[in-house]
Design a protein around this ligand. Sequence first.
Ligand SMILES: [Ca+2]
Length: 109
Amino acid sequence: MNQRAITQIFVASLAAGCMSSCIHVGKITDEPKLAVSFDSAQAAQVFYDKTYVPDSSGRNSGYLAFGPMLPKFTKSEGSQLRFNKAARAADADGDGTISRSEAEDYAGM
Ligand SMILES: [Ca+2]
């Protein structure tokens, strides 16, 4: 193989790898925050701990990959949409107030 062919293969591989692994298209969806209250500080603490503190399972959501990767298309939730989903799940009776027992049920305590 001559020098020119090796150079062309190298450049083509580099371009293909960069083009396929450098593309990340993300879309964030969000909505206005719900008006939710808590009947106690403990209820709020349990709710926020469950909703925003990562679990301690030790699993890593990242990954390590070698070589060219496919373009990455992701959809993610905005912070208010995440809060609203959690609040709807926690507020079992739908009265707009999360009680301590509702927060504990939501947290699986
Ligand atoms: Ca409630």
